[in-house]
Design a binder for this molecule. Sequence first.
Ligand code: LLP
Length: 426
Amino acid sequence: MSDAPTLPGHPHIARRGSTLQVEDVALDALAREHGTPLFVYSKQWMLDALAAYQRGFAGRDALICYAMKANSSLGVLRVFAEAGCGFDIVSGGELARVLAAGAEPAKVIFSGVGKTRAEMRQALAAGIGCFNVESEAELDVLNEVALAQGRRAPVSVRINPNVDPKTHPYISTGLKGNKFGVAHDRAVAVYRHAAALPGLQVVGIDCHIGSQITESSPYLDALDRILDLVQAIEAAGVPLHHIDFGGGLGIDYDGDTPPAADVLWKQLFARLDARGFGDRRILIEPGRSLVGNAGLCVTEVLYTKPGEEKNFCIVDAAMNDLPRPAMYQAFHRIVPVAERPSLPATRYDVVGPVCESGDWLGRDRDLAVEAGDLLAVLSAGAYCMSMASNYNTRARAAEVLVSGANATLIRRRETVEDQLRTEQAL
Ligand code: LLP
């Protein structure tokens, strides 16, 4: 990347001359070519984020399974498949997608509380590496489906360790009140049950405590609780080949300071080593931390609208493209693509065209902008495009993957014809 000054916390986004660029590609040129809203991703950011995990796992027996729900675009999946990653999937659709991107089936693990029989059949036929089973009822159904196919399904049981990840309530998953996993107290009994089912082969144990976690302590607490269980389950005669420690590591949206992946894993391996589990195979399922700050969304200012209580900056991206503010009151930094030093900044709510008051992207932002200007909504690599919808019959945005000076359109903009294709008027 060139020596232009980078945005704080975003080493792959720089301001060169009058425009922002991702790696060596100018955003104004991309917007002219592909229109807006437009997602732009840095391949190097993804590989650097992956490298932090790989450093943390150097010399260990480990598999990084990218949680593809964070961003499941084929071009993004291909980056991780080529880097040798496994994948964490949560639906038959994700399985089909990841196989289309060239993933090795044996490196695919299947999480989620509501797998259907059809999805189980599809995943068994593909030969995935492990089912992360979330209930006793699911164990029984998977056993039945596997026996009917004459196979044994490799399974882990997802344990709910009842640890507070200290994150937004909608994205904490390892508390007693959450729908995920099997209660810690039931774990040994559930493992005995699994081990007795002829269509199953117990291979591991799994947990995932939440998302956008910015401290190490919830992980250390969860690890201790899981290792206690590994000891108890193995004492009950069920050997466990691997420990899957889930994902959840946060990113910097607004000055957040999560531990770096290698620093976190140094701490976790110190605990694993101290307790005699340092040689055990480790799986992880990171999503956001591998893609979140790789991406931004370029959007055009349509109108500025002064109001009695608030001023509005109305842009062409909306809650259907960037659902996180509406869903979790999430913060995304918003910066102009070209700065206007001579224009005084005005305080705006940045909002989209969707007919809902919840359709906002940022509140109380000081911006020097006029209609026609471009803005970049940062930290938009994870849980934006993968959660995008067609609400208000809005077409989903296009996506570009940047590598150095090369920009590849990895998803063309959706058309209204694409949307109407599956429907039938009476
Ligand atoms: N494994 C399992 C079983 C999960 O449920 C999740 C995320 C992950 C791995 C990946 O977690 P990550 O490393 O990305 O934190 N839409 C929300 C986030 C939902 C996370 C759901 N589960 C958001 O935009 O903040």
